[in-house]
Design a protein around this ligand. Structure first.
Ligand code: THU
Length: 131
């Protein structure tokens, strides 16, 4: 599962829409049923309207009715495995269980594996609205 996700994240990077940064990111998200959703970063002439690859993959899965996830891989042409931005970590924490694995991939295909909890400890969560 890890290898498939990593391969898909790398493969989908070629679809990134990156006329401004030229920095491609690919993401591949697998559900507990084994369905895979990919995402790339999609930039915009109004820079702030851009969206990261991780959120594109998550939003695509959610829009297709998925709610339960088993793993995410994120890839970029970086020296160290690419660290997801803060906004993406917050979106991940809305949908991913604390022990869900997140695979971060570098240009040389070195992989760091983080749990959701390790990537965003003590995160604001839906239960904080009501507890
Ligand atoms: N980017 C992502 O897609 N994911 C991240 O977690 C970090 C940054 C994108 C946003 C922008 O299109 C480009 O990388 C440079 O910041």
């Amino acid at each position: 599962m890890k290898d498939t996700l990593v391969k898909q994240a790398i493969h989908t990077m070629k679809h990134a829409y990156i006329p401004y940064s030229n920095f491609a990111v690919g993401a591949a998200l697998v559900t507990t049923d084994g369905n895979i959703y990919t995402g790339v970063n999609i930039e915009n002439a109004a820079y702030g309207s851009s969206c990261c690859a991780e959120r594109v993959a998550i939003f695509s899965a959610i829009a297709n009715g998925e709610r339960e996830f088993a793993g995410l891989a994120v890839s970029a042409h970086t020296k160290r495995p690419v660290p997801p931005c803060g906004a993406c970590r917050q979106v991940m924490s809305e949908f991913f269980k604390k022990d869900m694995p997140i695979y971060l991939v570098s240009e040389s295909e070195e992989v760091y594996t983080f749990s959701m909890e390790k990537l965003l400890p003590f995160s604001f969560s839906p239960t904080d609205l009501t507890d």
